[in-house]
Design a protein around this ligand. Structure first.
Ligand code: NAD
Length: 360
């Protein structure tokens, strides 16, 4: 049966980069026997413009029935003054929550062709291949109570970091599953010396790890983890952490690999239906200028083929095509070291052309 994929281009550079990923998927349909249908729906700021809400009901309905979702990015300065529940980022939180997407998987790897793009010394980052597993539906971003209120004649802002045992067990096991297919080493990142929430996190992660003889578990406080990620990133294999810490650490890890424009991500639920998206945002500063790097989105579509659609061989082909394009020296501006940068569309052309020539 054909897979069905929902495309959510979103805002800013989103439509430009999703268009290139779509061409790559169309090439797989045309030349490599992929059985798949695709449709698009408005989401984020585009959802607000079309239907007055960042996650329109019709988009959510399509998302619920799709086998997987490929998202560009959401947000832009024109939406920053909207009421909070109508802002594009709320659409993102809403879809993650509605689909139960609790596990965010962010590989941080460095294509050897791009070793010079990293701001770190090449011996620190060459061959980097780590995965950050971030809990996505709990913690500070969803915890109640939250708000801004007046206390003693001044305004006070507050949020709550909260995790239940079952939420911790679920994300720990998602990380262990991934680690078992790699080096088997998991570093759980918390702040157990200060936060009770982290104390429970650590206790439950230890309990779950004890059930798996193949897993070597270590713990690190988040401030130390931030340092170690920059000092010796290759020492990690899989990092598992809660929502807020993961948000920050995964962006730091993205810089290890040269450009945020290269990094894909997956968010999975228990049924392994997933939402796939580049790590970066909507980059309003370069939107509509054919400057955005589409490779993170194209690599996200490869993750989608592998994790949600069971098409690992095709995922390998997409990744091989990206690698060949880089080996030929083609670069968008964000990863270029000279003045010969190519545009978004030309990068899409190059990947499609490689895919056409890779054995069918
Ligand atoms: P950003 O990731 O959009 O941009 C940061 C910098 O990286 C910018 O200089 C941008 O030009 C560059 N950049 C990002 N993606 C690139 C690409 N593919 N190719 C080349 N350069 C790229 O982060 P920001 O500026 O903090 O946020 C901009 C908007 O995106 C905000 O509205 C924010 O809320 C939103 N945002 C959305 C998501 C998402 O949709 N998942 C994630 C983060 C930020």
């Amino acid at each position: 049966m054909a897979h069905h994929v929902l495309l959510l281009p979103g805002d800013g550079i989103g439509p430009e980069i999703v268009a290139q990923a779509r061409r790559v998927l169309e090439c797989l349909i045309e030349h490599h026997g992929l059985q798949m249908t695709m449709e698009e729906a408005p989401f984020g700021g585009a959802g607000y413009d079309a239907e007055g809400h960042p996650l329109p009901e019709s988009t959510l309905e399509k998302a619920r029935t799709a086998d997987a979702i490929l998202l560009g990015a959401v947000g832009g300065p024109q939406y920053d003054t909207l009421d909070r529940p109508l802002r594009p980022e709320r659409g993102l939180l809403g879809i993650r929550s509605a689909l139960g997407l609790f596990a965010n998987i962010r590989p941080a790897m460095l294509f050897e062709e791009l070793v010079e793009s990293s701001t770190l010394k090449s011996d620190v980052v060459a061959g980097l291949d780590i995965v950050i597993v971030r809990e996505l539906t709990g913690g500070m971003y969803f915890g109640q109570p939250r708000g801004i209120e007046t206390r003693d004649d001044e305004r006070v802002g507050f949020n709550t970091m909260v995790y239940s045992e079952s939420e911790i067990r679920r994300i720990a096991n998602a990380a262990f599953d991934i680690a078992e297919k790699r080096g088997g080493r998991v570093c759980s990142v918390d702040k157990a010396n200060v936060l009770e929430c982290s104390e429970l996190w650590r206790e439950i992660v230890v309990e779950e790890a004890a059930k798996r003889s193949s897993i070597t578990l270590e713990h690190m406080y988040v401030d130390n983890a931030a340092m170690q990620l920059i000092r010796a990133p290759k020492a990690f294999d899989v990092i598992v952490t809660e929502n807020l810490f993961g948000d920050i650490l995964s962006d730091a890890a993205s810089m290890l690999s040269g450009s945020i424009g290269m990094l894909p991500s997956a968010s999975l639920n228990e049924a392994s239906a997933g939402l796939y998206e580049p790590v970066h945002g909507s980059a309003p500063d370069i939107a509509g200028q054919d400057k955005a790097n589409p490779l993170a989105t194209i690599l996200s579509s490869a993750m989608m083929l592998r994790y949600s659609l069971g098409e690992s061989a095709l995922a390998d082909k997409v990744e091989a095509a990206v690698k060949s394009v880089l080996a030929k020296g083609l670069r968008t501006a964000d990863i270029a070291t000279d003045n010969n940068a190519i545009g978004t569309r030309a990068m899409g052309d190059a990947v499609v052309s490689e895919l056409q020539s890779i054995g069918q």
